[in-house]
Design a protein around this ligand. Structure first.
Ligand code: GCU
Length: 713
């Protein structure tokens, strides 16, 4: 039985390093339900992952409840024959950590209704040898670690675990994050400080922060991390560099997070001494095999590669007239004997499109290129598909390619770093967006088929697949640049594990784990987070028009004209008459025809296309009437004014928390929200002015007059 002590001040200064793993001490009343928890831990095995599990459990219980658990680490018994056995029985009430096969050595009759597999775990109160035990078991040590984090989360959230019996299986087998870190320490689209891995072209000497990151990732069930930019520097594959990368793998290993590398297809030529990187050339295949063998000698549990090819100026198989499948397979075959996988990105498009041709459409590229290749990728290739067909805009429809690869593994790529959604200088909680994406029903063959089911391989019975998040954390104490943005990383992992969790429950949990359970804090932050995406959308890109940001520059400031008259294809086609891309089959680019028929039917017709995606799919006049009963132009004005007002209200909502949240985080977030309120006005006035000048139709509510007057003076 644990003796409960308690009492951390909720107002102690916090930097955010601990993220959601602060394990704040529970008060006496909250802690009282845990008085009967066991006071020792029996760990059945001694792998690094099990050791992390054991230490995390002890640290969490100590911080939240007070007592120091007695660590009764299992010792391998003398071997019988050639097999070392880990057989030991609890000598008192205990937490028991171990795989199911280990557990069965002491509880031979154990028969769970359903056995956990893969990364799944089972939390169960059992009597073993007459002692009350809280068992945390799984098929693998990593599953046990996930079970420990789940149990600690329950304690932090005050859930009753006295008779716990909970089995959890992750939705998809691969739940990875990508970091876009450059070897010089800068991070492409990173807003949380410099790289935690690299500085000045080398792996950092001190990898303490990387180890902390691996722990955070494990706590939300993330099992892989590609550590460098998809715009990959070939030197990542230098033999000497691989040796130093193995140091990163060493700090990730105890947390069950496999590391992976983004690689450049031209490496055999730029790095090796070949005069080609043609993927069907035998010398190129041999080069990749040798390189991969070297990596696995240094990093035996290496996860694999991420590849961006033929995209935004990257080398690709098109240089030799080969297909994306040729490029993927030559590398996948080198990884295969070692159990590695290749995430091959579907973000392949021509950024020199002729904008004068109204039939051209960047949104069609991924499907046009990859769908015809379906079935020609090896089974350790996973096609990594951005959630939308363009590029992480504030709202896009789901990429039709997700339903277009019945014979190929696939993963959906989400963006945790807020490139087009405020760059962590504005609040934008993206979990509601991702929940919509993952639960979107593609109606493959007219049957229910959510994106979550598709990427998990449940619809087409594929062996691998998953969810990838572009995280881009950095050295900033808050990891992502402000402490509220971290809810996106937390929510990513939780949703990747279980896409049916609601955004509200995730926001609520994250707030309680990060800021404590003061009801005012929980209510206020949850509400702010949940409204932030649609607020941001309302002043930066309503009605599915895409983010009206400066797309050729910083991807942040308003710059609606930058989308037009260039080859990048992020067109909104706004002119004096109307706005929006006609992507219909009937009169437009035909993009809508890439969706399964049930979905295509909804988008093709103005009568059924949802307002919030109208301008993504249709070009309409400014006076087109929305389902909501107002015109497109009036919606633009209203949306921008409402959005700016709601952003302004964020400030007063946050100010309610003065004296409740520690001063440091209070002031930092207040400064950010104040700034955001100003930025929302800049966006409002820029976009309203722009669309007024284009359309010549004034705001019915007269708000534009003041702006026009000011501008014209
Ligand atoms: C966006 C982003 C780039 C990134 C690219 C990608 O275009 O702006 O920085 O390289 O996506 O996902 O490959």
């Amino acid at each position: 039985m644990v003796a409960i002590s308690s009492g951390a001040s909720p107002l102690a200064a916090e930097t955010g390093d601990d993220a959601w793993l602060g394990y704040t001490a529970l008060d006496k009343e909250q802690a009282s339900i845990y008085e009967n928890l066991p006071s020792s831990v029996l760990t059945m095995g001694d792998s690094p992952v099990l050791k992390s599990a054991q230490q995390e459990l002890a640290a969490g219980v100590k911080k939240m409840l007070g007592p120091t658990l007695h660590l009764d680490a299992d010792v391998a018994q003398p071997s019988v024959g050639s097999q070392a056995r880990h057989v030991r029985n609890p000598v008192g009430d205990s937490f028991v950590l171990g795989t199911l096969s280990e557990l069965k050595t002491i509880v031979p009759k154990l028969k769970p209704a359903r056995e956990p597999s893969g990364d799944g775990y089972w939390l169960k109160v059992l009597r073993i040898n007459g002692h009350k035990c809280l068992v945390i078991t799984a098929a693998t040590d990593r599953g046990v670690l996930y079970g420990v984090f789940a149990l600690l989360r329950k304690i932090a959230l005050g859930e009753d675990i006295s008779a716990v019996d909970e089995m959890q299986q992750p939705s998809a087998p691969l739940r990875w994050v990508d970091q876009w870190d450059n070897l010089d320490g800068r991070i492409e689209r990173g807003y949380g400080g410099p790289s935690i891995y690299f500085a000045d072209g080398k792996v950092r000497d001190d990898l303490g922060r990387a180890a902390e990151y691996a722990r955070l990732l494990a706590s939300i069930g993330v099992n892989g991390c590609a550590i460098n930019n998809v715009n990959a520097d070939p030197h990542i594959l230098d033999d000497a560099f691989i040796t130093s990368v193995s140091r990163i793998a060493n700090v990730f290993r105890p947390w069950g997070v496999q590391i992976a590398l983004a690689v450049d297809l031209s490496s055999p030529k730029t790095l090796g001494d070949l005069d080609t990187f043609d993927p069907i050339d035998q010398r190129v295949a041999a080069w990749w095999q040798k390189k991969v063998d070297t990596i696995y000698r240094e990093i035996p549990d290496f996860g694999g590669f991420v590849m961006k090819a033929d995209s935004e100026g990257r080398a690709g198989p098109s240089a030799y007239g080969r297909t994306q499948a040729d490029a993927a397979n030559v590398i996948a075959r080198a990884l295969k004997p070692h159990g590695g996988v290749l995430f091959y990105r579907a973000f392949v498009y021509n950024h020199h499109l002729d904008w004068r041709n109204l039939k051209n459409d960047r949104a069609k590229a991924a499907y046009d290129i990859f769908h015809p290749l379906d079935g020609s990728f090896d089974d350790n290739v996973i096609i990594q598909i951005k959630n939308g067909p363009i590029d992480f805009q504030v709202r896009e429809p789901v990429s039709p390619l997700l339903a277009g690869l019945p014979h190929t593994n696939e993963a959906v790529e989400l963006q945790i770093t807020q490139e087009y959604t405020g760059q962590q200088r504005q609040l934008c909680f993206l979990v509601p967006m991702w929940a919509e994406v993952l639960n979107f029903d593609m109606r493959v063959n007219g049957n229910p088929s959510t994106v979550a089911d598709l990427v998990a391989g449940r619809v087409f019975h594929r062996p691998a697949g998953g969810v990838v998040g572009v995280a881009n954390v950095g050295m900033d104490p808050t990891w992502l640049g402000n402490s509220l943005a971290l809810a996106n990383l937390y929510g990513f992992g939780r949703l990747a594990w279980n896409p049916t969790l609601s955004a509200e429950s995730i926001a609520n949990q994250w707030t309680r784990l990060t800021f404590g359970s003061d009801p005012l804090i929980v209510q206020t932050i949850t509400k702010l987070q949940l409204s932030s995406w649609t607020v941001y959308e309302s002043y930066t890109g309503p009605l599915g028009v895409g983010t009206l940001t400066n797309i050729t520059g910083n991807h942040y400031d308003p710059g609606p004209e930058s989308s037009e008259r260039n080859g990048w294809g992020q067109w909104h086609r706004a002119d004096h008459e109307g706005i929006g891309m006609d992507r219909t089959v009937a009169t437009g680019t035909g993009f809508i025809g890439q969706y399964p028929p049930d979905v295509a039917k909804i988008y093709e017709s103005l009568a059924t296309c949802p307002d919030n995606l109208l301008l993504f799919f249709h070009h309409v006049s400014y006076t087109h009437m929305l389902h909501s009963g107002i015109t497109v132009i009036q919606y633009f004005y209203d949306s921008h004014y409402d959005g700016a007002e709601r952003a302004h209200d964020f400030v007063s909502q946050w100010m309610e928390l003065r004296g409740h949240v520690d001063q440091q985080r209070y002031s930092e977030i207040l400064a950010m929200l104040n700034y955001q309120a100003g930025e929302a006005i800049v966006w409002r006035d820029t976009i309203c002015q722009w669309i007024y000048e284009l359309s010549g139709i004034p705001d019915q509510k007269g708000r534009m007059k003041a702006i026009s007057g000011d501008y014209l003076r």
